[in-house]
Design a protein around this ligand. Sequence first.
Ligand code: PNS
Length: 164
Amino acid sequence: MITAVYPGSFDPVTLGHYDIIKRASKLFDKLVIGVLVNSSKKSPLFSMDERVIMLRDTVSSLGNVTVESFDGLLLDFVKKQDSHIIVRGLRAMGDFDIELQMAQSNRVVAPDIDTVFLSTAAEYSYLSSSMVKEYAMYGASVEEFVPANVLPMVKEKIHLMKVN
Ligand code: PNS
């Protein structure tokens, strides 16, 4: 039974993430999506609970995929899941430096845990959660960028931000 972990901030989950999730779920017996509670990035738009709910809803049709939150070191979360595989998507060269650095440093700390990279589908190679938030904030439609179940949640969150 091979379990892999797909970690990220998922603020919010995009169609690019979803594509990686679907493909990774076919490669491994079980895929655990790890939603990072606290990122060094600026404060998230969606709370951790909201991001987990969104993802659980998004992957509800995929029988071998679960969603958990984690805090602290990714490697500790991977071990807790009885896994030795981290899945990451690679969009373009911009991702490569940071992803290679993370994968290599993680292997220094935990040599038994490997990172497997999946190339992002070409049609989503430009897509990021930050971009989705920026477009949504300025009133543009983001329906081409996020799973259909996530769209109303993005709209509502932006609406609430604007009225508060
Ligand atoms: O979606 P993101 O924000 O690009 O995901 C980044 C993530 C969650 C994979 C990375 O920040 C992470 O692993 N954070 C947990 C803390 C950790 O283990 N740090 C050491 C490796 S940089």
